[in-house]
Write a protein that binds this ligand. Structure first.
Ligand code: NAD
Length: 380
């Protein structure tokens, strides 16, 4: 790494790489996107031309031995996330990976451990943690604005797949159609579960909840055929924390409303904060606050220090939020003394929470957390 410069290779050059990752990296003067990899040559050529990236390959492994690359950014579809991340960490690269690294939290924890052992930084694609409104809310919480946190309500929901004809990426061909499969809680729930843990800052002790399949038959993108898809397209969960705080989570992609559809509310002994990340009337984020002695919520301005240079709430949210995410990762790597946030260890915690939610649904019971032992289920 030359002083103050970071050279990034992006693996997976599809839609999300093109609207969020690559333009986010290129907005940062400390960063150069030096290579793209994709198994699809057409996607590769399109992205390389749109973003003037000099080097392309259909085999990402060719990039791993190159000492001229500091960061591997994994934006493939979900299946290769773990393999690419693991190989990149083994080759000594810092890794940004889209969620989930792996659907098994223990695998994600192993990757976090590998990074730690190799002195490398990791980051998960927890996009919404980096929304200026969410960063500002976290600063308010840390400064004591809400006092002792009592309750958190988190939603990630919109109507992306309320219409059965809207193609869904894929369903697991091996899944038993008699049993509902985790879908929304993993794809949509992860970012709001991340914010729940981050804002409450207390160990999770137990969870309970349920999932539903509301739209039974859907168009599947990979086959172009209407298919019975017994997947979780809506769910609700309750969580208990060591501090005594309570939380609820609702994730769904069949609930009417616009993208991205995040809402997070925290209520404490002194005040409350509500953020909404929903594209409405040309604005992608709002923050409303109230104190216990002035109970009416008012909308606050988000300080300019939480935006990338020139950024504003009217720009496309994928670019705005992702610009902050990748800039934060660049700072963590370039300034080695800064603690990491939203890294693979946090990804493992979020994935373990999802796995606990699923276990609660399967057993129709409270599940103790962490899953790996210690606290028995149902401990008050
Ligand atoms: N954090 C967020 O808010 C957010 C939002 C949207 C998508 N995503 C995630 O981003 C990822 C990509 O989503 P997308 O919408 O761009 O999908 P996409 O299908 O448009 O693009 C994925 C690309 O990866 C390529 N690819 C697959 N396997 C590969 C491999 N082994 N090596 C190299 N390239 C490979 C595919 O050819 C494709 O071009 C997914 O994991 C998705 O869940 C995250």
């Amino acid at each position: 790494m030359t002083a103050g410069t970071l050279r990034v290779a992006v693996v997976g050059a599809g839609r999300w790489a093109q609207v969020a990752h690559i333009p986010g990296w290129q907005r940062d003067p400390r960063v150069e996107v030096v290579a793209l990899a994709d198994v699809n040559e057409a996607a590769l050529a399109e992205a390389a031309s749109a973003f003037s990236v000099p080097r392309v390959t259909t085999d990402y492994r060719e990039l791993l031995d190159d000492p001229g690359i500091d960061v591997i950014d994994v934006v493939t579809g979900n299946r290769p996330h773990f393999e690419v991340s693991w190989n990149a960490l083994s080759a000594g690269k810092h890794v940004l990976c889209e969620k989930p690294v792996h659907t098994d939290y223990e695998k994600t924890r192993q990757a976090a451990e590998l990074a730690r052992a190799n002195g490398l930084r990791t980051k998960l694609g927890f996009t919404f943690r980096y929304a200026p409104a969410v960063l500002y809310a976290k600063e308010l919480i840390d400064s004591g604005f809400v006092g002792e946190p009592y309750m958190f309500n988190g939603y990630e929901q919109n109507s992306q797949w309320i219409d059965p004809a809207t193609p869904l990426r894929q369903v697991d061909p091996d899944a038993d159609p008699a049993h509902i499969t985790v879908s929304s809680i993993e794809g949509y729930g992860a970012p709001i579960i991340d914010i729940m843990h981050w804002w409450l800052g207390s160990p999770l002790t137990s969870v309970v909840g349920t999932m539903r399949n509301f739209v039974p038959t859907r168009m599947i993108r990979d086959t172009g055929v209407m298919t019975r898809a017994n997947i979780d397209d809506g769910d609700m969960w309750i969580a208990e924390f060591g501090s005594g705080a309570l939380a609820s989570i609702q994730s769904s992609y069949v609930t009417v409303g616009n993208y991205p559809g995040i809402e997070a509310r925290i209520y404490g002994s002194e005040g409350a904060v509500i953020i909404r990340l929903v594209d409405e009337a040309g604005c992608c984020q709002t923050i409303r606050t109230a104190r216990k002695d002035a109970v009416e919520f008012t909308e606050d301005d988000i300080p300019v220090r939480f935006f990338p240079p020139g950024g504003h709430s009217g720009e496309p949210w994928p670019l705005l939020f992702y610009s902050n995410l990748v800039a934060d990762f660049a700072t963590e790597i370039l300034d080695g003394s800064r603690p990491g946030q939203g890294d693979f260890a946090q990804g493992a915690l979020v994935q373990e929470t999802i796995n606990a939610f699923e276990a609660s649904f399967r057993t129709r019971s409270w599940i103790g957390f962490p899953l790996s032992g210690a606290i028995p289920a149902g401990t008050p």
